[in-house]
Write a protein that binds this ligand. Structure first.
Ligand code: NOJ
Ligand code: CA
Length: 563
């Protein structure tokens, strides 16, 4: 296996152009502004940007309601500005992936306007219609509490249309070959403008059978192979990162048994168990989730995240586990959303406790996969719970102590900048943290640099190492004759643990700390004993720092592991 698949050992950063940096002073972030901040991102060390939707849109679902797939919303700039941006990224060695939102369009899209105009219109069959209200109309809502149904009557069409999400997002009939051809065309278009792939929205719904008569939707997995084939024919190293919150036993259907479907998927299963682990100081369900999501083709990769632009969905946890997470991280009803999740940003969830934030990031960076950071989390930004639904965690980036955090010169930013309390921009901003060697920002930069120097995480095989203490997670990776080992104490109290590294020979006796001078030598019986402070974490290289000399070209050579 070649070892330069760029997405296997990178650090992704997700942002939306509208809330990042406003260059022309109209209160809305734009591509020109983003371009001016690329050196910041380059300095931070991220290897790829995941850009949220920026196409023309009524903006009722933060751009996930697209009305033209082949353009840039004029509020953000022009296609010219977009290409300047992708070029600027290329100059700095940063890849760009963009959202591919093709499960549905906006109801303002000309396709839908045509479709609703007459049963004989060219685009009628691009959407999903029924003459009567289907029995399933009150089932399958993605936004319970806000969304009332999945079928809505359209007066003009004199028919009901299907919408998995909000009623202004009619589902595309993705089984229609014309729609399928259009999806490929959209991918081809943006690839041509310099992107390296797509974060594909709502994948299970895109590939599901849809319609009034469909009782149990069935996923048509072959569609995934078609998308990949097309993409890789157009550009060999482009990828698709799938948003698919599915059960572990289904993962391989998405990756493809031969690695011929999605290159990456977000690991929702680990995400929820990770938050449970942090809330309960019990690492066992997390270890179980890691094992359950272990099988994947060699070329595939997990995207690992803590928080994103949506609610933290806890739907996979048991009711008891959910209650533990809510109690610890979102005790007020106002912090919860859609009967299943938490809408806060990470820093306030963790009480702004630097030790817990570092622990969380250290875990995200050392679990199997590629970390995906949400903009603003690198400085510990907060949320504004006065804003509705998920908007609370989508406020403008806090750059400095200038008015509106240096995000805009306008009096009225598109979304209010957080300006009060401990997370207000006067306390939390990039400019100050840059100057402070001990800031969260500089810590994040260092951890990203170190993460990139540990390809074993992205490429290697892992195993969870037994300790007697459920509060402590020990995980080891092996790749090309080298091993690394990570220890995390989830508890608020200090913990003492001992364990064997599990590699044969003398290497396992020495653990070289990558982040401090606290190395560890095994005692007589070959075991290591560590005293971990509350929420403490350790990154070790097994054996010594001569790993580049020891690294072999293929796996399994000189391997001195007993298993
Ligand atoms: C998933 C996106 O992450 C979310 O923000 C959006 O509302 C839905 N898909 C609908 O596109
Ligand atoms: Ca602007």
């Amino acid at each position: 296996m070649i070892d330069d698949l760029w997405y296997k050992n990178g650090v992704f950063y997700c942002l939306s152009v509208g809330t990042y940096m406003d260059a022309n002073g109209d209160g809305i972030g734009d591509f020109k502004g983003l371009l001016r901040r690329l050196d910041y991102l380059h300095g931070l060390g991220v290897t790829a940007i995941w850009l949220m939707p920026f196409q023309p849109s009524p903006g009722k679902d933060d751009g996930y309601d697209i009305s033209d797939y082949y353009g840039v919303d004029p509020r953000y700039g022009t296609l010219g500005d977009f290409v300047e941006f992708t070029h600027g990224c290329q100059q700095r060695g940063i890849r760009v992936i963009i959202d591919l939102v093709v499960n549905h369009t906006s109801d303002a899209h000309p396709w839908f306007r045509d479709a609703r105009s007459s049963p004989d219109s060219r685009h009628r069959d691009w959407y999903v219609w029924a003459n009567k209200r289907p029995a399933s109309a009150s089932k399958g809502m993605v936004f319970p509490g806000v969304q009332k149904s999945t079928w809505t009557h359209d007066k003009e069409a004199k028919a009901w249309f299907f919408h998995r999400f909000y009623d202004f997002q009619p589902d595309l009939n993705t089984s229609n070959p014309y729609v399928q051809a259009e999806i490929l065309k959209i991918m081809g278009f943006w690839i041509q403008l310099g992107v390296s792939g797509f974060r594909m929205d709502a994948v299970p719904f895109v590939i599901s059978t849809k319609g009034a008569k469909v009782r149990t939707p069935v996923e048509q997995y072959d569609m995934l192979r078609t998308l990949r084939e097309f993409l890789q024919w157009r550009q060999g190293n482009a990828i698709i990162l799938a948003e698919a919150n599915v059960l572990p036993e289904t993962d391989m259907e998405y990756f493809g048994k031969d690695g011929d479907r999605m290159h990456m998927m977000f690991n929702f299963h680990v995400n929820q168990n990770l938050f449970y682990a942090m809330a309960s100081a019990d690492s066992r369900p997390l270890a179980k989730a890691l094992k359950a999501t272990k099988p994947r083709p060699a070329s595939a990769q997990w995207g690992l995240f803590l928080r994103n632009h949506d609610e933290l969905d806890l739907g996979r946890l048991t009711k008891v586990q959910q209650a533990v997470v809510f109690k610890n991280f979102a005790p007020d009803k106002n912090m919860q959303l859609y009967d299943r999740g938490i809408r806060r940003r990470l820093a306030p969830m963790l009480g702004g406790d630097r030790r817990r934030l570092e622990l969380a990031y250290s875990l995200m960076c050392t679990l199997p996969g590629t970390p995906v950071i949400r903009y603003g989390d690198e400085i510990g930004m907060g949320d504004n719970l006065d804003l509705p639904e998920r908007n609370c965690a989508r406020t403008p980036m806090q750059w400095s102590t200038e008015p509106h955090a240096g995000f805009t010169e306008s009096e009225k930013p598109c979304s209010p900048v957080i300006d009060e309390g401990p997370y207000g921009y006067e306390h939390i901003n990039v400019a100050q943290q840059r100057r402070d060697p001990n800031s969260m920002l500089n810590w994040t930069e260092r951890i990203i640099r170190m993460r990139k120097e540990v390809p074993e995480i992205g490429w290697g095989d892992f195993r969870v190492i037994a300790t007697r203490d459920p509060a402590v997670l020990v995980i080891r990776y092996d790749w090309r004759n080298n091993s690394v080992l990570f220890v995390h104490n989830l508890d608020e109290k200090p913990r003492e643990v001992s364990f064997s590294v599990g590699v044969a020979g003398d290497d396992g006796k020495h653990l070289i700390n990558l982040l401090s001078e606290k190395h560890s030598e095994a005692h007589d019986r070959g075991k290591h004993s560590l005293m971990l402070e509350a929420y403490g974490y350790r990154w070790y290289r097994v054996g010594g720092l001569d790993y580049l000399l020891k690294r072999t070209d293929i796996d399994g050579v000189n391997a001195n592991h007993p298993e």
